[in-house]
Every structure is written in structure tokens, then in C-alpha cells.
Ligand binder design. Structure first.
Ligand SMILES: [Zn+2]
Length: 448
């Protein structure tokens, strides 16, 4: 049992509260109690103490969509003319990088991403993996890194037809194998979904195969939806339907399915997403970087769709993603009222928690009795009053992942006073630089 004392506790749950000189008691992997330090110190005299010394105590951040495998793109040069659009970015960068990944590259891209997540207080992540030359067993390699790190992660393998029939079948097999494996072995922190790339690289035949397998397992999907107009153009041309309609017809959408992006969905598709209970994740930094557009987040929320926040492989500092979400919608519609601070917090905590609940039976993203003890301490000293009512604006204009000093997941300390306890950051970074050099060489030698 551990008692975090003397913190400014921001609960971030259904009814957010800020407790000055608050405490959080952890028992096993769950939160036992939240309340004033004076009260909990009396109630739990035997608990080991962790003095927050006035730091913020918040739930660990959640990332609803990421790609650990993209880590080695950082600083890599792209030969030739720079990509002019989204499809060229896929062809010239991501579909060449993922082919350059071997087992050690998969391992180290996961490890560096996990270090980054612990450092920036992101304790729950939904990863979407691709490594076409190393499909079978690839999710086990990432799972091993996840177990070592101690974070809460949902994995899946990206099924696609861009690597031929064999590649598509191997991707389906990897999802099926791993979903079964997670249900029989592994810790509760590890979860699995069924990964699909995107409508534009998936034939009806492959989708039928994947849907048949996923239904047999009672699994939903994790898929990119209408990230760029190209996905819509392809679907209309080849199938005579818009992407969400096509995916609904194929049986991909539903309560258990997570649709990343949905930048180019129209009102009829938003209705389909709402009716099917499909969850959506929003990645503003990636959307800006790829110049694909701004997702209709408010319209999705108004229609009753649950929209969370992911990072699409950008840094695992979700506070930066929150700031980007807050800013980009205002600029996009030239209205400072767009995407208010409360909405950003809702996406990052309540909505992301709902997405996480697809994969874990307990509550994440909230400090309350019974919730998972996924907790971060931040050395943020507010110089204006901090209340439950104005917390969103402290988070958007002040708080950052770099303030995180201590990270706890499932009741276990993963970082304390900025010292990583489960991963050797220096060794991982040194090895990763060597592995990255090899990945970059294979990348340079490969063609489009
Ligand atoms: Zn993505």
C-alpha cells in the first residue's frame, strides 16, 4: 500500500475536483481512496509514503492512437523531391520505413517510445504496428518491451493489401494469434485489438477475411479512416461508397472499433459512426504535419460519437497534443470559441478513458476509488489560482509533460524524481542509435 501525500490532486474524472494538500492511497493496482492528506494519513498509517510536496497529482495521460514503429523516422533524411501530398508521404516515408524494420528495430522503436511515454506521463497507449518483412511474432517483440516498461498498452498489427496476398494473410494471422495469446497469458496491462491499415489499401476480400476472424474472437478493429481525401476518392472510385459507408457494409464498424482520424467524413458518415457506436481518435499534430485537414471533432461529439486524442507517433507528450487540439480548431474556423478548454480535457481524459474501457475492465484517466492506479506527479507551480473550473487552461497554457517527475502505472513506480526505474534509458538510447543507423541504411537502399 502506498500513500501519495501533500499533492494538488486533480481528479479529472466525471466530476473533476482539485484538492489542495490532497492524498491518493494505492492498494495493489488500484486506487483505494482520494481525499485530504490529514484524513488519509490517519486512515492508512501503515502505508508507505510518497510526499508529492505540492506537486500536481493527475491521472496518467492516455494516447488513443500511436505507432511505436515510426520512432526511427526522427531526423531521417528523405531522398529525392519532398512528398507533395499524403499518399506520397505514405509511399516515400512510412511504407519504406516499415519495410526496413527487423526484429531488433521493432524492439528498439518500441523501447524508445515507452521511455518517452514514461518520461511524459503517458501511461495508457493504443499502438498500431507495421513491419511487412517481420510480421509473424512482431507483436510479441513489442509486448516484451511493454512488459519490461510496465505501461498499459493495446497492440495490433496493421493488415493491408499493399504487400500482396501473403502479406495480408500474415497480418491477419498475427492479429488472431496475438489476440488469443493476450487472453491466455500476459499481464492485465497488455491488451489487443485487430489492426487494419485503411480503406485505400484493403480489398473487400481481405476485409471479409479479417471481419470473419475478428467476429470469431469477439474483437473490434483499430483502423485509419478518411485521414486524407485520397481515402474517400479511392473508396468512391472502387466501391461507389464513402469510406465509413463501405466499412459499415463490410462489418468493420461497431462499439469495439476505433477509427483513427476521420478528417474527411461527411455528415452522413458521422451519422454512421454514431449509429454503430464506433469510437474515433483525433491526432491534430499529425493532421497539421501531413496537411490533410482538420477533423470535424465538434460535429462528431454533437452527433454522440466518442472522440479521444492520440498522437499518431508524434512524441508521447500528450500535453502537447492537447495544446495543438486547442489551437488548430480555432485557426481552422477562425473562431476563438472553437474547441474550448473543457472539450480538450474531455477528449484527453473522459473520452480517452471510454476508449480504453474497450480493452481494460477498470477505469483509467481518473483519480477515484476503484480506478487503476495510473498516476503522475508534475512539478508545476501555478502562479494564478488553480481550481477545478480553470484546470483546462492551466493544462493548455502551463502544464507540460516535461513537468512530470514521477510516473505510476497499475500501482507500480516506473519513474521517481525523474529516474526511470524499469528501463535503462541511456543503454536503450545508445543501442537504438546503432539500430536506427542500420534502419536508415536499409531505407536508403530501398526503392518506392
Ligand atoms: Zn496512424
Amino acid at each position: 500500500m502506498m500513500l501519495i501525500t501533500h499533492g494538488t490532486v486533480c481528479t479529472c474524472g466525471a466530476e473533476p475536483q482539485v484538492l489542495d494538500d490532497g492524498a491518493v492511497c494505492i492498494e495493489g493496482d488500484r486506487i483505494a481512496a482520494v481525499g485530504p492528506t490529514t484524513e488519509l494519513a490517519v486512515r492508512y498509517p501503515q502505508a508507505e509514503r510518497l510526499d508529492a510536496a505540492g506537486q500536481l497529482v493527475m491521472p496518467g495521460a492516455i494516447c488513443a492512437h500511436t505507432h511505436f514503429y515510426g520512432a526511427f523516422a526522427r531526423g531521417m533524411s528523405l531522398p529525392g523531391e519532398p512528398p507533395r501530398n499524403f499518399v506520397e508521404i505514405l509511399r516515400k516515408l512510412w511504407w519504406r520505413l516499415d519495410r526496413a524494420l527487423d526484429e531488433e528495430a521493432i524492439r528498439y522503436s518500441a523501447l524508445v517510445s515507452l521511455v518517452d511515454a514514461i518520461r511524459h506521463g503517458t501511461t495508457t497507449l493504443m499502438d498500431h504496428h507495421a513491419s511487412p518483412n517481420q510480421i509473424d511474432g512482431s507483436l510479441d517483440v513489442i509486448a516484451e518491451a511493454v512488459e519490461q516498461a510496465g505501461l498499459r498498452v493495446c497492440l495490433c498489427y496493421e493488415v493491408t493489401d499493399r504487400n500482396g496476398d501473403e502479406g495480408a494473410k500474415a497480418g491477419i494471422a498475427e492479429n488472431v494469434r496475438f489476440i488469443r495469446r493476450v487472453r491466455t497469458t500476459g499481464t492485465e496491462r497488455l491488451a489487443a485489438s485487430f489492426g487494419l491499415h485503411a480503406s485505400l489499401t484493403l480489398s473487400d476480400r481481405t476485409l471479409e477475411h479479417a471481419v470473419g476472424e475478428a467476429q470469431g474472437l469477439g474483437s473490434g478493429f483499430h483502423i485509419h479512416v478518411a485521414e486524407d481525401q485520397a481515402d474517400q476518392d479511392d473508396s468512391l472510385r472502387q466501391h461507389g461508397l464513402r469510406v465509413a459507408q463501405r466499412l459499415e457494409r463490410q462489418g468493420v464498424l461497431g462499439q469495439m472499433t476505433l477509427a483513427a482520424h476521420c478528417v474527411h467524413v461527411d455528415p452522413a458518415e458521422i451519422t454512421v459512426l454514431a449509429r454503430t457506436g464506433t469510437k474515433v481518435s483525433h491526432q491534430p499534430r499529425s493532421n497539421m504535419n501531413n496537411a490533410v485537414g482538420t477533423a470535424p471533432v465538434q460535429a462528431l461529439l454533437d452527433a454522440g460519437v466518442h472522440v479521444g486524442l492520440g498522437n499518431d507517433g508524434f512524441s508521447n507528450n500528450m500535453f502537447l497534443e492537447m495544446k495543438a487540439a486547442y489551437l488548430v480548431h480555432k485557426l481552422a474556423v477562425r473562431d476563438p470559441r472553437a474547441m474550448g478548454g473543457e472539450t480538450v480535457m474531455r477528449l484527453a481524459y473522459a473520452e480517452n478513458a471510454r476508449i480504453a474501457s474497450l480493452f481494460w475492465p477498470g477505469t483509467v484517466g481518473s483519480l477515484e476509488p476503484g480506478a487503476y492506479a495510473d498516476i503522475v506527479l508534475l512539478d508545476y507551480r501555478p502562479y494564478t489560482p488553480l481550481t477545478a473550473g480553470n484546470l483546462p487552461w492551466h493544462v493548455i497554457f502551463g502544464v507540460d509533460g516535461s513537468h512530470v517527475t514521477t510516473t505510476i502505472c497499475a500501482g507500480r513506480l516506473l519513474m521517481r524524481d525523474r529516474q526511470l526505474l524499469t528501463l535503462d534509458e541511456e543503454a536503450i538510447a545508445a543501442n537504438a542509435r546503432e539500430v536506427a543507423g542500420k534502419v536508415w541504411r536499409r531505407f536508403a537502399e530501398s526503392g518506392d
